[in-house]
Design a protein around this ligand. Sequence first.
Ligand SMILES: [Zn+2]
Ligand SMILES: [Zn+2]
Length: 289
Amino acid sequence: MTFAETLPSSATTASVLTPKADLFAQRAARLRVLASDHSLGAWLNWLADLAEAQHKALATVPALELHFDGLIDPSRPLLKIDNLQLDQAWQAVYRELTVAMDVSAPEQDANRLSLKGRQCIAHAAGSAAEAPREASDLLVAAALQVVWLAGACQLALPEFTQLEHRDCCPCCGSAPVASIVLAGTGNTGLRYLECGLCATRWNAVRARCTFCADGSVVNYWSIEGGNEAVQAETCDQCHGYIKTFFQSKDLQLDPLGDDLASLALDVLVGEQGFARGAPNPLLIEGDCV
Ligand SMILES: [Zn+2]
Ligand SMILES: [Zn+2]
């Protein structure tokens, strides 16, 4: 059977899926499940606490003056850090998260915090080599996620928005953290990429590299005897990889959380010479991979 025979037609395929407002609560619950019997259980439980704090902080984000004029242009993302309102909102959330997570030395200087925010945005877009290095940097990413998700929910892009560029988030221009192949009525087999910052999902065809254009050959890797719901999709042309999660194997999976709980797969494909093309804003460089 070919993909063309099994997939719904593109005319009925939503190009954009807006994240749900309970995403952080769902992620927290998912991380708790993933943490049990996991070698990194303590870390995953800490991330679950963080997701719960993000869920609480989301309720404090004010209405944002955002406007979608019908045009998706990656050079002018709809959510951007030089929007003063967004910049102030994420810094306020950062302060809430540092209290909730009892971080010992939170960044107090507004200018330095602003710089950290910009570095985090660049890392999420895949354009910065520097990954987060300490827990307080993760809270910068976590705070941005809260406000960017609020922004995506408030913008609520139409499902059938035309997308010219499928390699970056239509809302905020970030790189995808992973992809998910959906299951369920009308959706079965559809593949979406999920933004690592605002959690918007956008449609992307299967069996094609996410990072380089047509003609690339992709292969799928998984851990023998491991979680069947995740595969790493590697590209022989650009030597990048992204993880793909299959809802048909596990309806509860959360691409960002499940990515963090499947780092053994990163080690496996890393040993084969492939490099992570999909930055996870909550992954500390050198800590686990
Ligand atoms: Zn986004
Ligand atoms: Zn490629």
